[in-house]
Write a protein that binds this ligand. Structure first.
Ligand code: GDP
Length: 412
């Protein structure tokens, strides 16, 4: 059922985004991830780090700290939102791992190469994401490359992924001369000066004004066709507002009826800031996704993302590090506290939560609790494996098996 067009935030969980980055090998997943981590770190310390050597700095920091390299999830903060980036393996050989990581994220950014468009691996990961009902936005990367063609890439998304791509940007300049984008929602130009990773907003260049208007009209028409409630609001407004259009795009993204497409050059740090803005605007928070399902004594149960409910958390990756056995988990319901004794629902073994870590780029911080909707790493689990459910001993629950795309079946 469709949600209301304008919803109001109701809890701090609305500011959490658990996201994956999906891509064909070489499309630029690593570069996009690094740029996001850099930009979100750089924005914390705006004015301090602007020397353009951060990727190298970040790499060496990472080697020094030893934990981030094993990170299955890295947290960063953007515009008051916590973004947990969950690693999704790019190789088809790791298909099971892709499935597992798709389970714990609420939304994804699909990265495409602006020259190659949709490639075979992007197709297979896209299908997996379809099966898991993961809402996506698309980022057409490498707009600086010779032969880059946003329109052709958008057409390949339509034809090969059988979805409705909704381009919300128009590139300014091409290949070496790619300097920015026209944001078709705000009808403003976002331009990156050389060496800057945050954009400057200005008027749409004269030469692009007509084309930008044409594309905006087309965008409104397509959205109106797909979203009757939006059409009603469009008709009620003298001109369609950015807010109404954004709300409609958010609905279409979350129902999977359409995919918002952005573009840029991760390598040149162009387009990453609007990508983060779009991720926050369009992709769901843990409260916007259906409750997780599991089995309790053979009966299927649903658990909402409620910090006050009994604990249910899924271990989705375990790594050995110098600091100890590091288990990454998604908390689906309840609250996990440092020092807690929890039950591994599958093995019926009790485990103790020694430390809870939030892993950030190049560092990690200890936290005392993690609540429903969150993704953290835990140290202290002796035996719990990837795929284990950790739960409150008084309310055991086994979350559905990692590789099953089907609804939970009773195991009684
Ligand atoms: P991944 O395999 O998807 O993680 O891709 P990478 O991030 O490792 O990028 C693959 C190659 O493409 C590397 O050589 C990158 O430097 C390059 N690359 C990434 N983003 C861009 C971009 O925006 N423009 C250009 N020209 N090259 C890029």
């Amino acid at each position: 059922m469709r949600t209301e067009l304008h919803r109001q935030p109701t809890s701090p969980l609305t500011a959490v985004r658990n996201l994956g980055i999906l891509a064909h090998v070489d499309a630029g997943k690593t570069t996009v991830t690094e740029r996001i981590l850099y930009l979100t770190g750089a924005v914390h310390k705006r004015g301090e780090v602007h020397d353009g050597t951060t990727v190298t700095d970040y790499d060496s920091q990472e080697r020094d700290r030893g934990i981030t390299i094993f990170a299955a999830a890295v947290s960063c903060t953007w515009d008051g939102h916590r973004i947990n980036l969950i690693d999704t393996p790019g190789h088809v050989d790791f298909s099971d791992e892709v499935e597992r990581s798709l389970r714990v994220l609420d939304g994804a950014i699909a990265v495409f190469d602006a020259v190659a468009g949709v490639e075979p691996q992007s197709e297979s990961v896209w299908r997996q994401a379809d099966r898991h009902g993961v809402p996506r936005i698309a980022f057409v990367n490498k707009l600086d490359r010779a032969g880059a063609d946003l329109d052709a890439a958008v057409a390949s998304i339509r034809d090969r992924l059988h979805t409705v791509p909704l381009a919300v940007q128009l590139p300014i300049g091409s290949e070496d001369g790619f300097t920015g984008v026209v944001d078709l929602l705000r009808m403003r130009a976002l331009v990156w000066a050389d060496g800057r990773d945050t954009y400057e907003e200005g008027q749409v260049p004269d030469g692009l004004r007509e084309e930008a208007r044409r594309r905006r009209r087309l965008l409104e028409e397509t959205v109106a066709e797909l979203h009757p409630a939006a059409l009603e609001e469009f008709c009620a407004e003298s001109s369609v507002s950015e807010r109404t259009l954004t709300a409609a795009l958010r609905d279409l993204t979350r129902t999977g009826e359409a995919v918002v497409v952005l573009c840029g050059s991760a390598y040149r740090n162009r387009g990453i800031e609007p990508l983060l803005e779009a991720a926050v605007a369009f992709l769901p928070s843990p409260l916007d996704v259906p409750p997780v399902r599991g089995t309790l004594d053979g009966a299927v149960q649903e658990r909402a993302a409620d910090p006050a409910a009994p604990l249910a958390a899924l271990v989705f990756k375990v790594n050995s590090t110098d600091t100890g056995r590091l288990a990454f988990l998604r908390v689906y319901s309840g609250t996990i506290r440092k020092g807690d004794t929890v039950l591994d629902a599958g093995t019926r073994r009790h485990e103790r939560i020694g430390r809870i870590l939030r892993v950030q780029a190049g560092r990690h911080s200890d936290v005392d609790t993690a609540v429903a909707g969150d993704i953290v790493a835990v140290i202290g689990l002796k035996a719990a494996r990837t795929g284990a459910t950790l739960c409150a001993p008084a309310a055991p629950l086994v979350l559905e098996p990692p590789t099953s795309a089907d609804p939970v079946v009773s195991v009684a």
